[in-house]
Design a protein around this ligand. Sequence first.
Ligand code: PLP
Ligand code: COI
Length: 354
Amino acid sequence: MTETLDIKITKTNHSRLAETDFNNLPFGKIFTDHMFVADYVDGEWKNFQVIPYGEIGLSPAISALHYGQSFFEGIKAYKHADGTVSVFRPDKNAKRFNKSAERLCMPTIPEDIFLQSIAAVVDIDRDWVPTQADHALYIRPFMFATDPFLGVSPSSTYKFMVLLCPVGPYFSKTLRVKIETYYTRSAEGGMGFAKSSGNYGGAMLPAKKAVEEGFDQLIWTDAKDHAYVEEMGAANVVFVLDGTVLTPSTRDTILDGVTRDTVLALAREWGYPVEERRVSVAEIIEGAKNGKLNDAFGAGTAATIAPVGSISFNGEEYFLSDPKTREFSQRVFKEMNAIKYGTTPDTHGWNYIV
Ligand code: PLP
Ligand code: COI
């Protein structure tokens, strides 16, 4: 165990909590009273602070803006009935944060500094953690390059920040998805496994086109042949095909999701056959046609468990069973919530209590 981080805390003198409508929480638009900020200067992390949420002054020449040295994480905190606030598996995000940092030539951050930073700001804004069903406090840690320098080389200074947003479910309905066969989210040797900001910018046009065609989301396929399923929007994708829980194995084109890992851990404990391997578009479409595709859903922190209602491929739409009747995704959704909201014992040690 490392030392307690020396964090300077400056509280707001005007909380916005009382004027926030918790019955209307559009994702990512409402921020809590405080945020966390630290600086990477002279080869070390320093100036750990919790300050009132607000604008920060930056040079227009910072390399994050020009060359995309920027990445983030997504985590959620939950309120239990007894008022306990727990953060779900942030140690996994801390490790992934550093994988993203390394890929982008940015400094890593010790896992305990990452965890203590999150705990500090969540603790101060603990009254912002929603109590309604399926609601949570979304935690957005991120890092970006701050050298005011237009040369293309790694910055020498960075900021690490954490923002908090009370949120409801990201998707409110069963999803109509299409299999993307032209655009790619990531290619081998690229940054798909990192949560680099540029991955998301590049995904916006294909996603917008899919929405214009009437779809809610798209299923990304491999960059080479578009023959293998990779992810779904900003989530991993999990299927149950002929009784087997099936998901694309992680590789450098795929984000190693915490929700994905949690779903697979529970599936294995419950005795389902689980396969992590390359998943072909052909077998998914065949399963959708012959009724053997029992379940399909997106799995992610924001997305939670997001059921797929239909899959379109080459102009044909294939409808799946009513999500309410699906054994696996219903069970996994309920069990994950029970653990997160503290209504069942956390036997895995997944809840990090703040
Ligand atoms: N894949 C992408 C591209 C994502 O943005 C996310 C969201 O974080 C996920 C998968 C799911 O990862 P996690 O379950 O860790 O949130
Ligand atoms: C998350 O689930 O945390 C994500 O990163 C998705 C987000 C881009 C909304």
